[in-house]
Each structure stands twice: as C-alpha cells, then as structure tokens.
Design a protein around this ligand. Structure first.
Ligand SMILES: N[C@@H](CCC(=O)N[C@@H](CS)C(=O)NCC(=O)O)C(=O)O
Length: 228
C-alpha cells in the first residue's frame, strides 16, 4: 500500500495517473493547499519542502516503509518498482528521462509562473516573460511529436508528467488547435482509462477549486519556517 499525499494540481495528477497506470494500491491523503495544509508539521515530516506530491510506500526497498517527495523522483521510483513505463535499455531509458527532466525543469516551473502572473497580482513584464516562455515550450513539444505518438518511443512516465500541464493550455490562453501533433497526443492520453481514474481523485479538478482557495494560493506572501 502506498500513501499518496495529493491535491488536485498538475504535479499531484502526475502521480495519481501513474499509480493508476501501474495498478498499484494506494490511499489518497488530501493536502488542501487552499487551507495551507502543506505547512502543517505532520506534512512537513513527509516533505520539508511543503509541496505535494509525496508518497509513503509501506513496502519500500527491502520491504521497509519509504518516503519520497519530488514528483520526478517519485515517478522513476514507482516505474522501477513495477518495471513499466521506464525502459531499462539505456538509450531508451535516457530519452524518457530527458523528457521527464524537460517537464520538471521547463514545463512545470514555467507554466506555473505563467499561471501565477496571469491569475495573481502580476506585473506586466513578468506576465509577458512567462507567457512567451510557455508558448515557446508548446512549440518545442509540437515539434518533438512530429511523426511520433509519444515523447520518447512508447508511452512512458515522460508523457504522464507532461500531460497534466498541457491540460492547462486554456488557462494559459493557448489553443491546442494551433498544435495539431500535441492535440492528437493529448486526445490519445485523455482517453486512457487510467488517466480518467487518476483525474477523478478528490473529485473536482483544478478548475473547480473555489476561487477563494486559489486566491490564497496565488497571493501567499509569508511561509512558516521549516520543521526542525
Ligand atoms: N518540483 C516539485 C514541485 C511541486 C509543487 O510545486 N507542488 C505545488 C502544487 S502543483 C505545491 O504543493 N505548492 C504548495 C506551496 O508551494 O506552498 C515536484 O515536482 O514535486
């Protein structure tokens, strides 16, 4: 059994999709970001960086309980645990990791900032900067999918990591119609039963999170100190 510390955000969905794809047993522990649950001492023991997702695998390496945070690390761990969605053959494996890192270092942080400055108290300069970068990344993804079904050979953790961010295109005022390769990829993934189940976790999706909760998240100014 795996405890999944989760909220209905792109980084959270990456792990609910993957757990569903891998058919692993898991229990969801809601960390309501709108209520600032991520700063609760109990959660800081799981992730001192006060962010979801995190996991506790009750049967980790050598059968002992094992905690992990950072969605990319969690994805590699879970894929290796089951031996699926991350090839073992070096050339294929590193290509998957390349696109996973592209999501972790590019798509996630840049789209996150673009959304922040769009929906929070944004300065025009910052808004333009991150909008431009998000649009550029859409172009990179469109090109990468030219003549291919997935980002790195077969369906993998790279596709799962990128998908919930592309799902936010509309919130970024980006029309998928302008990116036919990416749109086809998106439609194939959204139709997967495991993805549908992963999206149903905790009911309403990101778009339906009450506005008040969203505002609290986007306008947060102070943060409590880290747990000792
Ligand atoms: N690099 C981290 C990013 C995680 C992250 O940014 N989580 C957001 C939700 S998508 C969060 O928990 N934010 C709460 C906060 O920063 O207080 C990962 O990939 O796990």
């Amino acid at each position: 059994m795996i405890d999944l510390y989760f909220w209905t955000t792109p980084n959270g969905y990456k792990i609910s999709f993957l757990l569903e794809e891998l058919g692993l047993d898991y229990e969801v522990i809601a960390v309501d970001l709108g209520k600032r649950d991520q700063f609760e001492p109990e959660f800081l023991k799981v992730n001192p960086n006060n962010k979801i997702p995190a996991i506790l695998d009750h049967e980790g390496p050598e059968g002992s309980p094992y905690r992990l945070f950072e969605s990319g690390a969690i994805m590699i761990y879970l894929a290796e645990k089951v031996g699926r969605l991350l090839p073992s053959e070096p050339a294929k494996r590193h290509e998957v990791l390349q696109w996973l890192m592209f999501q972790m270092a590019g798509v996630g942080p840049m789209f996150g900032q673009a959304l922040h400055f769009r929906h929070g108290a944004g300065e025009e300069y910052a808004r333009e900067r991150y909008d431009k970068e998000a649009t550029r990344l859409f172009g990179v993804m469109e090109q990468a999918l030219e003549g291919r079904e997935h980002f790195a050979g077969a369906y993998s953790i790279a596709d799962i990591a990128i998908f919930p961010w592309v799902r936010l295109a509309r919130s970024l005022d980006i029309q998928l119609d302008g990116y036919p390769n990416l749109k086809g990829w998106y439609e194939r993934i959204v139709a997967r039963p495991a993805v549908k189940r992963g999206l149903a976790v905790l009911g309403p999706g990101w778009e339906e999170v009450p506005l008040e909760a969203k505002e609290r998240l986007f306008t947060r100014k102070e943060a409590p100190p880290l747990a000792a």
